[in-house]
Structures are given as C-alpha cells and as structure tokens.
Design a protein. Sequence first.
Length: 258
Amino acid sequence: MDFTLTTSLLTLGLFVGMLVLLEFGRRVSAARAREEGEAARAGTSALDGAVFALMGLLIAFTFSGASARFEARRQLIVEEANAIGTAWLRIDLLPSEARPALRERFRAYLDSRIEARRLLSDPPAFWRELERSAGLQREIWGYAVASTRESGSREATILLLPALNQMIDITTTQIHTARYHPPLIIFGMVFLLALVSSLLAGYGLPSHGRSRWAHMVGFAALVSVAVYVILDLEYPRLGLIRLDEADQVLVDLRESMG
C-alpha cells in the first residue's frame, strides 16, 4: 500500500478514535455527575495534567528526533555531492589517456545514484539500482588504482584514492542512516497516550454546550496532524515531505560533468 495512503489512514483512524473517546469520556462524566453531583470530578485534574504532559513530552521528543534525522539525511546528500565533485576534479591528476574512461564511469555512477533515489518507492527496482551503483564503485576504484600504479603519480595516489574512498564510504553511511527510525513501540505509545488523553479530556468537558464540539475536533485534529508530520519526517522519501531540493545538488553536479 502507498505510504502516504497508509499514513493518512492511520492518522484518520487516530482522529476518529480520539473523537469517539472524547465523546465517551464526556458521557461517562455526565452520567456520574447526575448520580453523584459535580463532586464526582474533583481531584482528577492533577492526574489528567500528568497524562497530558507525558503525551506532550513524547510528541515533542519524537518530533525533535524525526526532524534531526531529516536534517542529517539532507546533509549527507550535500556531503555526497561534495565528495563526488572533489574526486571528479582530482581525476586531472591522472595521465590524460586515463581520464576519459574514468570520467565516463563517474557519469554513469552519478546517473545511477540519482536514479536510485527516484526508485525508492519501488523497493525491488531500488535495490537493483543500488547493486548497479556498487558495481560501478568497484569499477571506478579498480580503474583508479590501476591508473595510479601505471602512472606512478604520487599526487594521484595521495589525493585521488582517498577522495574515492570517501565517496564510496558516504554511500554506506546514507544507507544505514535511512534505516534509523525509532522502535515501533514509541509510535504505539504516542497513539496510546493520544487516545487516553482524549478519554480524560472528554471526562473533563462540560455536559452541555455547543462549543464542546469545536474543542473536541480541534484537539483531535491538532494531535493527529502532529503525528502525521512526525511519520512523514521519518520517511521523507515516501510521503509528502521530500528531499527533492537536496537531491537537486546531485542533478546540478551531473549537469556540470557534461
């Protein structure tokens, strides 16, 4: 199922569940008030506040972590572009006859890296393209090592090979960083606390008055939207929040290669 649709259904389910529990809590509170009077609600505000504070803290920390991981992934794209660009420039250290073949492999490699990002929504095709990128990495490394040995250039050995190594290493870093997400139990806790908070908030609502629906819908909508944004930030390649602007750095680099 499409990620955006799945996330939308989850947050919609959370929104509806919160509304149901808000209304259920309100009705339970109204029934107790009729039987025991307004004293039935006394002494619960401190406990309610503790639960609301816990929910707020969990949402804040989860959002902060998702935002930090999003920025880290964006920064890695820039670092990859810089690494590829540096290695591309240092090809000039090789003999002139060795440069065209290596430059052609570089162009193919960068095309593959750009294509892999485009195919992220199709996992089988993405992994095939990633294997192709890995194969091109091996070709580039093998050709560069052979060329530096044949030329005997100390500058190429010292400057070109470390740049290629950094270019290859950052790909591995990106793959592992893309897999880093909070445990599912964290998201489960966010959903659970949102539902429990709805029940408690509903219990504290007045029994009558039209304005209560505006408060109920507003509370449920705000929490649901916050959860949706957190999920979208955690998977920026699949939802509405994208890394396309950062990817443009690689596209611009490819255009500069001719």
